[in-house]
Design a protein around this ligand. Structure first.
Ligand code: SF4
Length: 465
């Protein structure tokens, strides 16, 4: 059953020649410069100085990301930084390492600054036993000043929790719950090694709603082996019945040279680029028919969701976790592989669990980058275009003390072809991404990425459509 194509723009109505022309590898711009530009040879004092600089009397609010890199078993499609096979004792040692890291961080960050957002991801955060989760949150409550109106979100593997665990998370102040669903078709679940009955997910969501927890996200993946338009339509219809406030619809990235366990999936038919586009297109249409709005790239939300409000007020932003609502927070990442973005510096932690726990007294960072003025300018520009599809040229010019037209003469010339293809409107005082251009936003932003022109780093990125 294919969704009918309504009289509106949809991925399924994009002319084939445009899809072909713009089908290339490119960043998802969760940072600029992007992670491949972070350097392993960096000056620790300089990065620390950037952090210290942010503690002004009007210091920005904070966002804290905690990575829990444990899973009971690897799902065959997974590309996350996680490790399977660890026992609960390792998890306890890991939480102690998180506390050591927090202590070090609080020598650089004023703990009185309000913590506006807490996000816990993985891996499987709920791999932690309930009492360990409780002591982790208790420790963080002591270390940071949580804002009362703050958001506390957590990623949940439905197989790893029961109602009691959800009760605990709610008591601990979590108020946004993100379930990894991927696909509800039993045959696809079997192929990818992740069996989780739809009834179980529905029951967990119902339980949360009984606790007045209505901020529910569901993560889906298209392009998995065994998915067909018919099976995926059924999955989307079931997801719509669950009425999550947000839906992330990620494309499966088959990169067995990075994630060797994905090789096992090659015994099945992996959807071709055209088939992937068809799956994305039908999901897009079904979600819009059901009242969801497209945020950008791979995210959808119900009209009353905060993400839609941020999109409409042009305050949507982007960080390592994807789209976010509160712009301008300094992001601290703790735990293996986490990335921080504080002031003008990025810093990335050691990725391997054992090495992370065996951290030095000074730092857990293995890579970092201090941004120069040009990076800061381009970062702001790319976030604006990527998230809000609009750029106010005069504000940008004033803020950074540049003549925008002159400064970006080459880039504006580079956008001309996209303007002719109907992707962007280049006006004297603003840039406006068109409805069609939203589907090519990565290509548009790549025009302003200085680093792509310098090396062939595009091979490290996924395809743009
Ligand atoms: S539960 Fe999530 S993080 Fe863990 S292996 Fe599966 S997809 Fe990856």
């Amino acid at each position: 059953m294919n969704a009918p194509i309504k009289n509106r723009l949809s991925p399924r109505t994009i002319p084939g020649h445009l899809l072909q022309k713009y089908y290339k590898s490119g960043p998802r711009y969760t940072s600029y410069p992007t992670a491949p530009q972070f350097q392993s040879e960096f000056n620790l004092e300089k990065v620390q100085a950037e952090w210290l600089k942010t503690n002004t009397p009007k210091g920005k609010g904070l966002s804290l990301y905690i990575h829990i890199p444990f899973c009971a078993k690897r799902c065959l499609y997974c590309g996350c930084y996680t490790e399977a096979g660890h026992n609960r004792e390792t998890a306890e040692k890991y939480v102690s390492a998180l506390f050591r890291e927090t202590d070090r961080i609080l020598k650089l960050i004023d703990p009185k600054r309000p913590l506006e957002q807490l996000a816990m991801g993985g891996g499987t955060p709920t791999f932690l036993k309930p009492e360990l989760m409780e002591s982790l949150i208790a420790g963080l409550n002591q270390s940071f000043k949580f804002s009362k109106a703050g958001e506390r979100s957590i990623e949940i593997d439905p197989r790893s929790v029961d109602d009691h665990y959800l009760d605990l998370l709610s008591e601990l102040g979590f108020n946004r719950f993100s379930f990894g669903v991927q696909d509800l078709d039993p045959a696809v679940q079997k192929n990818v090694g992740r069996i989780q009955p739809e009834e179980k997910i529905a029951a967990l969501i119902a339980h949360l709603r009984g606790l007045h927890q209505n901020a529910i996200n569901l993560d889906l993946i298209y392009g998995l082996p065994g998915q067909t338009p018919e099976s995926y339509s059924r999955t989307i219809a079931k997801v719509v019945r669950l009425q999550p406030s947000r839906i992330a619809l990620f494309g499966y990235a088959h990169v067995p040279w990075v994630s060797p366990h994905q090789k096992e999936l090659e015994q099945y038919h992996i959807p071709t680029p055209e088939e992937r586009m068809a799956l994305f297109g039908l999901a897009y249409d079904l979600l819009l028919d059901a009242g969801y709005q497209h945020i950008g790239m791979d995210h959808f939300a119900l009209p009353q969701d905060e993400l839609i409000r941020a999109l409409n007020s042009r305050t949507l932003t982007r960080n390592f976790m994807g789209y976010a609502t509160r712009r301008g927070l300094d992001l601290i990442g703790i735990g293996a592989s986490s990335i921080s973005s504080v002031g003008a510096a990025y810093a990335q932690n050691e990725k391997e669990v054992r090495k992370f726990m065996d951290q030095s007294e000074n730092s857990t960072w293995i890579k970092a980058l201090v941004l120069n003025q040009e990076d800061l300018l381009r970062r702001e520009l790319i976030i604006d275009l990527f998230c809000n599809f609009y750029l106010d040229i005069s504000i940008m010019g004033k803020k950074f003390g540049i003549n925008f037209q002159q400064h970006f003469r080459q880039e504006l010339a580079g956008l001309k072809g996209m303007e002719q293809d109907g992707l962007i409107i280049i006006a004297q005082d603003h840039l406006q991404v068109t409805d069609l251009g939203r589907f090519f936003i990565r290509n548009i932003c790549m025009t302003f990425d200085q680093y792509l022109a310098k090396d062939d780093s595009t091979i490290r990125y996924s395809k743009t459509n």
